[in-house]
Design a protein around this ligand. Structure first.
Ligand SMILES: Cc1cc2nc3c(=O)[nH]c(=O)nc-3n(C[C@H](O)[C@H](O)[C@H](O)COP(=O)(O)OP(=O)(O)OC[C@H]3O[C@@H](n4cnc5c(N)ncnc54)[C@H](O)[C@@H]3O)c2cc1C
Length: 466
């Protein structure tokens, strides 16, 4: 594919080489826009469990040439089953129609594998490891980040893709507070983490398929067990190579504070499962075996824990700085990657279209990005919050809601999530479009004027050459 040269290139700094930051880098690389990526960790992180990627990012991944490789490291999610601890099925949700409607399956892989796939497509000389961003300054000309090692870098735009505990977001909000422009009475005023629940997670080594049911099936077994103990839920996804991505969720508001007080206030950190109550380890899995089988077959250093609060920040941009992914919104784990990828493509589309890197053009590009992504993400958060309360909640009201929603209104979740996501399958506007697949209507995307000019110029060059 020929290189694209924009009229005037902005220089972009990306904070965080996670899923969102790497996707931005791949897109900017394809768009021919200059960028540098800064990552806090010294080396690529091997922690993480399942990452689900739905049909609304598949056309983009196909466009980026990632889809076939992604399929080779993923299993298809055909549905999910929710069990009680005694293995009675509460509800089975099947997603078989999705392929007919959208042309794509939903896939699940492990986060480290998805991370490695994205990372393999970013030139390593543009990725700066061991660069923890600690502060930022910006004015009408540029934005500068300073890292913990004292180094600093200046660019036209800073993209904060540095995850849930985003330093960029905190620095930005501090700056806005000083200027008295951080909106009051919004989530933005409160950047402290109020724990909602905590996940302990990991991905096993290859397991013996003789000891677990369906490990070699083409489709992933995605099961959730709602424990009898208040606030305890465990779930897993089987992935290729007989491996299992697992997660134990603890809703801290339902737990004895003594149990979890030492686990709070942490990012995705290493976690020693020997701290867990013995009886938890004996909890059964619907595919046979117990939680302890998952714990024992997962490399210790790759088991991590994260404290999560589902939340969306109202302010995603100011001056030359913009937030994407978990830095802007924290949704349920397993599908955070999907939203970060959607943020990335919408933002880079807007940046590509920018005539130049002036304050005015940057503000317009950020506004366009926000207007497209904020309302969708907010709607999704509401639906995710209802879902998590219903699945994990232990009050009598939650139990009643679970009964009504899962048993009496069986299509509720399916329709709700489809309603929001089915038609939304954005692609990069500066690359050849992947033809629409499936029968479901698509949200139209405004074509790129700049790309049209580029294609015209290409066509006239090749005609002249003939
Ligand atoms: C170690 C780890 C394990 C995870 N495991 C899972 C999982 O099993 N399942 C799941 O669904 N989601 C997991 N997530 C979260 C998931 O990746 C995100 O929800 C989603 O992909 C959104 O991506 P993101 O790019 O916004 O954030 P992330 O993927 O979290 O990436 C943020 C990146 O920014 C880096 N960073 C943070 N602070 C700074 C700083 N000050 N300066 C520079 N870099 C910084 C982080 O090291 C990280 O690489 C995990 C995240 C991490 C970091």
């Amino acid at each position: 594919m020929p290189e694209i040269t924009p009229v005037k290139e902005p220089k972009i700094l990306i904070a965080g080489a996670g899923i969102g930051g790497l996707t931005v880098a791949i897109l900017l690389e394809k768009a021919g826009i200059e960028y540098q990526l800064f990552e806090r960790d010294e080396q690529v992180c091997t922690q993480g469990s399942a990452t689900g990627l739905g049909f609304n990012v598949m056309p983009l991944l196909e466009q980026l040439g990632l889809l076939e490789e992604l399929k080779s490291i993923s299993k298809i999610i055909d549905g999910t089953t929710i069990f009680k601890e005694d293995m009675e099925i509460i509800r089975e949700i099947r997603l078989r129609n999705n392929k007919t409607l959208t042309g794509y399956d939903s896939l699940v892989t492990s986060r480290p594998q998805l991370h490695a796939l994205l990372s393999s497509r970013v030139p390593q000389e543009k990725v700066h490891m061991n660069k923890k961003i600690v502060s930022l300054t910006q004015d009408s000309e540029s934005v500068t980040i300073t890292c913990a090692d004292g180094s600093s870098y200046t660019g036209d735009i800073l993209i904060g893709a540095d995850g849930s505990y985003s330093s960029v977001r905190q620095a930005l909000y501090n700056e806005m507070k000083k200027e008295n422009i951080l909106p009051n009475n919004t989530e933005d005023g409160d950047v402290s983490l109020v724990s909602h629940y905590m996940s302990i997670l990991g991905t096993t080594n290859p397991m013996n398929p003789a000891n677990f049911e369906g490990l070699q099936d083409d489709e992933s077994h995605c099961d959730t067990v709602i424990g009898e103990e208040r606030g305890l839920t465990w779930r897993y996804f089987t992935i290729p190579n007989n491996r299992i991505c697992w997660r134990v969720d603890v809703q801290s508001s339902s737990m004895d504070p003594k149990l979890y007080e030492n686990w709070l206030n942490a990012d995705y950190n290493m976690f020693d499962v020997s701290q867990l109550p013995e009886e938890w380890k004996q909890h059964k899995l619907p595919i046979m075996g117990e939680l302890k089988d998952l714990f024992e077959n997962t490399p210790k250093e790759s088991i991590s824990k994260v404290v999560l609060e589902e939340k969306i920040f109202e302010t995603w941009k100011h001056g030359r700085t913009v937030l994407i992914g978990d830095a802007a919104h924290r949704l349920l784990p397993n599908f955070g990657a999907l939203n970060a990828i959607l943020d990335a493509v919408v933002l880079v589309n807007c940046l590509y279209e920018m005539p130049s890197a002036t304050d005015k053009h940057i503000a317009k590009a950020f506004d366009d990005y926000y207007l497209e992504r904020f309302p969708t993400t907010k709607r999704e958060l509401n639906s995710v919050q209802q879902m998590s309360t219903v699945l994990a909640g232990k009050t009598w009201l939650d139990t009643a809601a679970r009964f009504v929603l899962l048993k009496l209104v069986p299509k509720y979740f399916k329709e709700k999530s489809l309603e929001y996501t089915l038609s939304y399958r954005p692609q990069a506007l500066f690359l050849p479009r992947i033809e629409t697949k499936g029968t479901a209507p698509l949200t139209p995307q405004r074509p790129s004027k700049k790309y049209a000019v580029y294609l015209k110029a290409q066509a006239s060059t090749s005609t002249t050459a003939l």
